[in-house]
Design a protein around this ligand. Structure first.
Ligand SMILES: C[S@@+](CC[C@H](N)C(=O)[O-])C[C@H]1O[C@@H](n2cnc3c(N)ncnc32)[C@H](O)[C@@H]1O
Length: 327
């Protein structure tokens, strides 16, 4: 089950980088798959009345299109669970005409025999931010790591906890590529190493590396918001003394001789930077990259090979992959 809200525009824009499927929405893992958060429990009365549209029995392959259309028709956000999508409209921007358009759209996509049910319910105002915040749960990644927002508690003491509040930067642990990078880091990183994190975003990978024993991490990002967020997160996670954040690109990093270069960006950016990654690494250093799909594995591996890297591992989650290689 997933929850989607359009008002988190800033985060949403960052996630466009990687979200192939969702295009305009960001997905967050909600509180409890079996018992979704009660809307009533977070009800903060105000003047807005909402229309909740539930669309049931939807085939998986047309959900993205429905969410897209709902957005086009003025929906403020959508909540997705199993084969059900709930879309929320301000009462004043909803009419029977939109319901008709949704139905027509589904029938056109899915045929006359579509057994799709649409139900409409009027509900009182909600504090959407609060609903959204309550849906974010700590995420366990790999054997040891947990990513959690600062406002959530986490009790398993044997885990290494990284605190990241979803803000303007990519890297909350909610995307496959971040989790793949973290799993690879956990698997290969060794104590006292030196890490370069290209496209640091929230700083999550550097923070994880330091908490796993790295001596120093340099994070570079060409987005000022990301750099600001990475610095904030360094502070929250008490790793400021070991984590240096640079606003810019890999060209702005003077240091070299890294044991690890991490880069979760996208296929083209990674391919273009492979020679620079090579320059930055010491002999036998590790390059861990992600931000691309399994269909791009051949292309990435070819470029790695052409630049004298040896591919040693490929990690996969859904259609996303991370490749670990060595100089
Ligand atoms: C997909 S996010 C990854 C964030 C985080 N490292 C993670 O793994 O979740 C990619 C980040 O790379 C940054 N970026 C994109 N192109 C870049 C470039 N050429 N140089 C530096 N940063 C770049 C973006 O601003 C963004 O913050």
């Amino acid at each position: 089950m997933k929850v989607l809200f359009a008002f988190r525009i800033s985060i949403l824009q960052k996630n466009l980088l990687c979200c192939k499927k969702t295009k305009i929405w960001i997905y967050f893992t909600p509180k409890d798959d079996k018992n979704p958060i009660s809307l009533q429990s977070v009800n903060k009365m105000s003047n807005q009345t909402w229309i909740e549209i539930s669309i049931a029995d939807l085939p998986e392959n047309i959900k993205d299109e429905i969410i897209y259309l709902a957005n086009e028709l003025g929906s403020t956000g959508c909540w997705e669970e199993e084969n059900l999508i709930k879309c929320y409209f301000k009462k004043e921007s909803w009419s029977e005409k939109q319901k008709e358009q949704l139905l027509n759209f589904i029938q056109n996509l899915y045929g006359e025999n579509a057994k799709v049910k649409i139900s409409v319910k009027e509900i009182v105002d909600k504090d959407w931010n609060e609903i959204w915040e309550q849906t974010i749960e700590p995420i366990e990644v790999g054997e040891k790591l947990v990513i959690k927002p600062t406002w959530k508690k986490y009790h398993k003491t044997e885990k290494i906890v990284i605190q990241i509040d979803p803000k303007m930067a990519f890297g909350t642990g909610h995307h496959e590529t971040t989790r793949l990078m973290l799993r690879a880091i956990e698997k290969y990183l060794y104590p006292k190493c030196k890490v370069l994190d290209v496209g640091t975003g929230s700083g999550i990978l550097s923070i994880a590396a330091i908490k796993l024993g790295a001596d120093v991490a340099i994070g570079v990002d060409n987005d000022p918001w990301a750099c600001e967020n990475a610095n904030e997160n360094a502070e929250v996670n008490n790793v400021k003394d070991k984590f240096k954040v640079i606003l810019g690109t890999i060209d702005d990093v003077n240091e070299t001789n890294f044991d690890f270069v991490l880069a979760n960006i996208n296929k083209n950016a990674i391919v273009k930077m492979i020679p620079q990654f090579y320059e930055k690494l010491k002999d036998h250093g590790f390059l861990i990259t992600s931000g691309y799909l399994d269909i791009d594995q051949g292309t990435i591996e070819e470029h790695l090979w052409l630049n004298n890297f040896e591919v040693i591992d490929v990690l996969k989650e859904n259609e996303w992959i991370a490749i670990v290689s060595r100089k």
